[in-house]
Design a binder for this molecule. Structure first.
Ligand code: HEC
Length: 111
């Protein structure tokens, strides 16, 4: 009985050791970041049809042509550096990991 418990404790520790770093790496909530920082202009649906987004000329993330015409690196760059007078840069607000976590959120609109 004791042996069994020890075995379970050992296994849990081993599994925890293997699994935890992976969970931490993907622990960033890209959707949550989008909702917090991007919805104001790009909209919950990613169309950019918000007062600010329409006025400033944000493109529709759902558009297949938009998705095909932009690389992941360009998405990262746009979020980090923004566009003068249109979209402010996020490099001082979000970490590099957080910015990268937003790429699949943008891509998901095109699927
Ligand atoms: C103040 C409004 C505003 C906010 C907030 C904003 N954006 Fe933008 N974004 C824009 C505008 C306007 C453009 C178009 C810029 C251009 O034409 O160069 C744009 C462009 C983009 C593009 C490239 C597609 C395009 O239309 O050129 C991506 C990707 C993007 N934004 C992602 C994000 C993400 C992710 C966030 C949140 C972290 C965010 N934006 C926050 C206004 C905003």
């Amino acid at each position: 009985m004791v042996k069994k418990i020890l075995m379970i404790v050992f296994l849990q520790a081993a599994i925890g050791y293997l699994v935890v770093p992976e969970i931490m790496a993907s622990d960033i909530d890209g959707q949550g970041l989008y909702a917090k920082h991007c919805v104001l202009c790009h909209g919950e649906d990613g169309t950019g049809k918000t007062d600010l987004g329409s006025g400033l000329g944000a493109r529709d993330f759902n558009d297949k042509k938009f998705q095909a015409g932009i690389t992941d690196e360009q998405i990262v760059e746009q979020i980090a550096n923004g566009t003068e007078d249109k979209m402010f840069p996020f490099s001082d607000k979000l970490s590099s990991e957080e910015i990268h976590a937003l790429v699949p959120v943008i891509r998901a609109f095109g699927k």
